[in-house]
Design a binder for this molecule. Structure first.
Ligand code: NPG
Length: 376
């Protein structure tokens, strides 16, 4: 396939409730969407980079710059036989995993549509539904947290992940654990602690958690390996795992026993498949992380989670956990604590163009022969 035209949309989607983590509060999901056109079809990719460089160094604006000025020009005049050719093509661009992943995702969608198969099947997925976990942000107080968790448990979510930070950890954990003694529970610190907190973090062991996710700095594999020795609860890494090579290093060092897989953070679906293979060889359990995706990214995550090595519940919740109205249809619903993996060709969701126009705050069009028309 040859890319005939690309359109980037910056959308601002209001969240049903603010989402608070150790790195800040989010009320709106600002997402850069990539639409690639080829042979009468449109492939979609969602860039998971946020408004500011808080979770990763990338932002939706750096991604737009890198995609328009560096990634798309490399596709100019190229015949792409298979999306797995893409990583080598963009290898000269250092970093910018989320920018690359968004374009790669649109190529996979286009390719799967052309083949007439769902993305999950193209990747080697083996499940038709995946267990849904819910990530619960930091709340104003413990009572509010317990009642929110009760609501999600009532809806059927299979695992609850609590966001923690210094000053919001043992007390909320104890309250949730007391109310739900058997609930599969995990915590995510988004890098809020230091190795000097090891004795404090060891207290987490008494709550029977599935895992402690990313307690230390994003670039501290050695620190995580040292902390792992001190804790009974398995460590899982998210922010630290920015490439398949980093996943290998983390496992070699003993920095984690579980991996959170996000295609954006890893640099695309080819990288996901590499990590999947590595994890299968080593018997390391995987699960799919989430970045408050619209239906476009959510559909891709469901396809990723359908791979055989993804054995733990995912941060893939129903659409209504974040959005009253999504730009892609149909919305993802919780069915017996699971999300259905789309079965239509490609991503398997439809982008509602009227809604896209409603939520878009800027748009850029790109054609191989011209430069960039800024229509923002
Ligand atoms: O369900 O999509 C979801 C969100 C899950 O907690 C979640 N995501 O640290 O993994 C994370 C966190 C996140 C959200 C990170 C937004 C970055 C941006």
């Amino acid at each position: 396939m040859r890319i005939e035209r690309a359109t980037l949309y910056l959308v601002e989607m209001p969240l049903v409730a603010p989402f608070v983590t150790s790195f800040g509060e989010q009320r709106v999901r600002r997402a850069l969407l990539v639409a690639l056109e080829s042979g009468g079809r449109t492939g979609w990719g969602e860039c998971v980079a946020g408004t500011g460089p808080w979770y990763s160094p990338e932002t939706s604006d750096t991604a737009r710059h890198v995609i328009l000025d560096f990634v798309l020009p490399l596709l100019k005049g190229r015949e792409i036989g298979h999306p797995s050719e893409f990583p080598a093509l963009v290898a000269p661009i250092r970093g910018h995993a989320m920018a690359k992943a968004a374009v790669e995702a649109a190529l996979w969608d286009l390719h799967a549509q052309r083949e007439g198969v769902p993305l999950a099947a193209l990747l080697g997925g083996t499940r038709d539904r995946v267990p849904a976990g819910v990530s619960v942000g930091i709340q104003p107080d413990v009572e509010t947290l317990v009642s929110r968790v009760a609501g999600y448990v009532g809806e059927g979510y299979r695992r609850v992940k609590l966001k923690v930070k210094p000053g919001w950890d043992l007390e909320p954990l104890a309250a949730v654990r007391e109310r739900f003694p058997d609930l599969p529970l995990s915590v995510d610190a988004n890098a809020a602690y230091a190795l000097a907190d090891a004795a404090h973090l060891r207290e987490f062991d008494r709550f029977g958690l599935l895992m402690v996710e990313q307690p230390l700095a994003h670039d501290d594999l050695v620190g995580h390996a040292q902390l792992a020795e001190a804790l009974r609860t398995p460590l899982c890494l998210d922010e630290s795992i920015t490439s398949p090579g980093r996943a290998w290093e983390a496992l070699e060092l003993g920095a984690c026993r579980i991996l959170n897989v996000k295609q954006g953070r890893l640099g695309g679906l080819s990288a996901v498949l590499e990590v999947h293979e590595l994890a299968q060889e080593r018997g390391v359990p995987l699960w799919c992380g989430g970045m408050l995706e619209t239906g476009i990214g959510r559909a891709l995550n469901a396809a990723v989670a359908s791979l055989p090595g993804f054995t733990l519940p995912h941060d893939i919740s129903a659409t209504d956990r974040y959005y009253r109205e999504d730009i892609a249809t149909p919305p993802f619903r919780l069915e017996d604590g699971h999300i259905r993996v789309p079965t239509r060709p490609g991503l398997g969701v439809e982008v509602d163009l009227a809604r896209l126009q409603r939520y878009a705050v800027a748009m850029w069009a790109w054609r191989p022969r011209g430069g960039t028309d800024d229509e923002g």
